[in-house]
Design a protein around this ligand. Sequence first.
Ligand code: FA5
Length: 349
Amino acid sequence: MQDFSSQLSNLITQFQQDLEKVSTSDNVEALRVQYLGRKSPFQEVMRSLKDVSVDQRKEFGQAANKAKQDIEAAIEARETDLVNKRFERLGEEEKIDISLPGEKSSVGHLHMVTSAIRDIRRIFEHIGFTQVRHPEIDWEWYPFEVLRIGADHPARDNWETFFVDVPAHPKKGKMVLVPHVSNGQVREMERGELPIRSMNIAKTYRRQSDVSHVPMFHQFEGWIIDKGIRLTDLKGVMEYFVKEYFGEDREIRLRPHHFRFTEPSMELDISCGLCAGKGCSMCKEGWVELGGAGMMHPDVLRAGGVDPEIYSGLAFGWGVERTVSMKAGLNIADLRTMYKNDVRFLEQF
Ligand code: FA5
């Protein structure tokens, strides 16, 4: 019994001496482990409690608990003391007032074109379009030749293409920055898997720069090739996209057009979001033009090794920047502002 009491008081005396010597918070922590940890003398003393007679065990147990609490309190006080001392040693400039309200750092967000690409991708994924990638720098073969736009064809001027200064391919011609993502049509068929229901969203380039044209822009082009694909499927896909992206109240109109690689070809108009189709200065009698579409020309299917007697295909390709700018309320007067990197403009969207 006497043993237990004296063991306890020796331990406390020893602890107090050790505590006086520590000079860093790390040392204080080490002392806590040394005195109260699993293999500490304190635990040993506690184990010896079982040798104390039953009637005294309660009293000693309480004494041991009190000693433990005292040790913990002393450790805490010492730690606070050390922190305060360190703070006092800091120069005036180093001191911080932790009660000051924090400064909010500005949080960035995705560029409007990037988030539009994500929205578009998600909308088409819902109806089973797989996202694919095809080269943004390609032989003329894919964006022109196989799409029935031969080297001398005047339609080739419409695309106002950038050429890359590398030796031409003997069969596939010069290397170009793709002026439209239709280069993916035959590339997609060349993969040799049917049916196809896929979409490529990529950068495209043309020698153009004015309020409605930027030299680098993005197009998304979707393709479905299967047995029995018809114009009504194309209309259904367009209607679905327009309602999902622009809103239920927007209407579509298919207007006859001409592309060398689709037959029939059309342009898709949507009712103007500013005047709700009534006609205003931003639209043509209530309609705004979204982009081209059509049924794949049999020659294009053949160029991709697909038999047009068995399969038919639809294709549509639109510009992301124009699509974004047509969202109700955006009314972006000059497409080029999207790429001027002026945060005052970009942070609004
Ligand atoms: C084409 O590029 C065809 N490949 C579209 C197509 C695909 C037709 C599949 C049939 C089947 P177009 O040259 O009209 O078509 O361009 C399509 C869209 O790209 C335009 O409606 C417009 O939204 C966008 N676009 C074209 N040039 C620019 C430019 N310089 N800046 C921004 N957007 C542009």
